[in-house]
Design a protein around this ligand. Sequence first.
Ligand code: SF4
Ligand code: SF4
Length: 200
Amino acid sequence: MKLPKIRELLEAIKALITGPYTTKFPYKPHTPHQNFRGQPKFNPDKCVGCLACEAVCPVEAIDHRDIPDPQNPKRIMIHYTDTCIFCGSCEAACIAEGIKLSNEWDLAFFDRTLAEETIEKDLELCEICGEVIACKDHLKWISEKIGELTFSNPTLYLSRLKSLRVIDENLIAASKDYGRSDRTKMLCARHRRETTLTTQ
Ligand code: SF4
Ligand code: SF4
């Protein structure tokens, strides 16, 4: 008979004293190691809706849907939990700690339509055409990042003044005629350019 090696004997004795390495899941809940890389989770308070995570995800597990309703414009950030490979690229690319790997691992489900997690972010629209500019929190983030340079760009300083509640929410302009006097508005790139170049 082949005798067990010393190391195997020691492991067997250790397992007798401290219990087995394997857990009793699903009969008992399993708590993974603190460094376990599990499902990424959005933090709706920190995410600014910049889409960097979507751009770097290697398997397109992150997506977004814009709803440019003038009364309540929203960006829905979507994470497909059945596609994600838990690589952590989204966390690494995130500019605001808006997504982080959690230790969630028990993700089995029967209904695949449930395999998505979403958060909502408020959008800023062009006041002339209603085109999506960016998320409000993203404009605020840029404004805070560049400091006083914010005041060289009306969209950014209006965004900052709104977040400070110094001015009200502007409404999308009813009139499609616009000119130089409309420069101090939230504008998309096209209308920023056009209101700058127009002579009226
Ligand atoms: S962990 Fe990787 S695969 Fe999953 S959402 Fe983030 S970037 Fe995509
Ligand atoms: S802030 Fe982070 S989580 Fe939010 S959209 Fe940007 S990269 Fe993704």
